[in-house]
Design a protein around this ligand. Structure first.
Ligand SMILES: *Cc1c(COP(=O)(O)O)cnc(C)c1O
Length: 395
């Protein structure tokens, strides 16, 4: 197989451990001028197939489920951002998690954080459990509890940090050590932090997963997922699964995600600054009972967050003195904060996890406090955001 103009696989390798700073990587990583025209921005290769000059003689691409240049650019960009060797992208975050879980065989055991995204719990508990994979849901902020849950057939520890929606922080390096001492992998869903704030591979994780729908895409206009990793054997298997299962993103989706990445560093900076101000405002407000935000020193893992993350992120959760009814009212009365699921976009969103994003865990041990309000603080002017919450809280 000849490959004359493939978007260089070298990009992710040369940029790994490069001296370039993250703001530079967000703009340049994975992207080279187009080899045929010199186009500076990666073109949307809206094609399903590629002309061959002889049987299996082509330029590195033969069919777009197996590979597409726009997708290659995105995969290399994400690998560079996470300081990993390999990136693989999928049609959604759930497709990425499903592909990753295919590394686990019937009869094997997975330890899962007990505060994971509702859709993740649904996939594990309602789909994959039927195929003979065993799951234990454990509070991964408690290192001893994780160690106790290890079995001889444990292959993977899977967690989110910060968690969705209660923003608990797990010590990635400590759990990587426990996983490796027991012949298991550590996988981290890095969706809430983004690679700007946290690099799990550098802390010892084996697999990083993203819902690129959220901060990485950043504009609430595309759904996607990614896996980033260093191990070559695992990459060969996952690349095989990516093609075999076929839950791949189209070139337009890859283009939109790549475009979002260009501003990821500056967006995350503003998300963090705005969320810090908003959480301080909420903490001081008489109608508010509790604010959960890793940037506040009242957060139970505040010190760990400071050590492990470059910033506390853009997600804030809170409860009100008047309980569920007041929570519903606030979510309905904000005007700039749109009542909607999802997170990580430039615009601010508000929701109640229990009946919305986490409805699927409502009758499980993972059930969320029905009075909890979750906000995704956007990059609008923070004074406007605070004024909006102020009016919603006083009504
Ligand atoms: C949204 C989300 C997912 C699922 O991603 P989709 O792109 O919606 O499939 C997984 N993990 C976390 C933490 C999420 O927020």
């Amino acid at each position: 197989m000849t490959s004359v103009w493939v978007y260089s696989d070298l990009i992710s390798h040369t940029m790994k451990n490069s001296n370039l700073q993250i703001e530079t990587l967000t703009v340049h990583a994975g992207v080279e001028p187009d080899p045929t025209t010199g186009a500076v921005m990666t073109p949307i290769y809206q094609t399903s197939t590629y002309a061959q000059t002889g049987i299996n003689e082509h330029k590195g691409y033969d069919y777009s489920r197996s590979g597409n240049p726009t997708r290659t650019a995105l995969q290399n960009a994400l690998a560079a951002l996470e300081n990993g060797r390999f990136g693989l992208v999928y049609s959604s975050g759930m497709a990425a998690i499903d592909n990753m879980m295919r590394l686990i065989k019937p009869g094997e055991h997975v330890i899962v954080g007990d505060d994971v995204y509702g859709g993740t719990f649904r996939l594990l508990d309602k789909v994959l459990a039927d195929y003979g994979i065993q799951f234990s849901f454990v509070d991964t902020t408690d290192v001893a509890a994780v160690e106790q849950a290890i079995q001889s057939n444990t292959r993977l520890i899977w967690l989110e940090t910060p968690t969705n929606p209660t923003l608990r922080i797990t010590d990635i390096a400590a759990l990587a050590e426990i996983a490796h001492a027991n012949g298991a992998w550590l996988g981290v869903d890095n969706t809430f932090a983004s690679p700007i704030l946290q690099k799990p591979l550098d802390l010892g994780a084996d697999l990083v997963v993203h819902s690129t729908t959220k901060y990485i895409g950043g504009h609430s206009d595309v759904v996607g997922g990614a896996i980033i990793l260093n191990d070559e054997t695992m990459h060969v298997r996952l690349a095989f699964l990516q093609n075999a299962i076929g839950a791949v993103p189209g070139p337009m989706d890859c283009f939109l995600t790549l475009r979002g990445i260009k501003t990821l560093a500056i967006r995350m900076k503003t998300h963090c600054e705005n969320a810090m101000r908003v959480s301080q405002f909420l903490a001081d407000h008489p109608a508010v009972k509790e604010v959960i935000y890793p940037g506040l020193d009242t957060h139970p893992q505040h010190e760990l967050a400071k050590r492990q993350m470059k910033g506390p992120g853009g997600m804030v959760a809170f409860t009100l003195n008047e309980g569920v009814e007041a929570a519903v009212n606030v979510a309905k009365k904000t005007q700039l904060f749109t009542l909607a699921e999802s997170l990580g976009g430039v615009e601010s969103l508000i929701e109640l996890p229990a009946p919305m994003t986490h409805a699927t865990v409502s009758n499980s041990p993972l059930a969320v406090d029905p009075a909890l309000v979750r906000i995704s603080v956007g990059i609008e002017n923070v004074d406007d955001l605070i004024a909006d919450l102020q009016q919603a809280l006083t009504q």
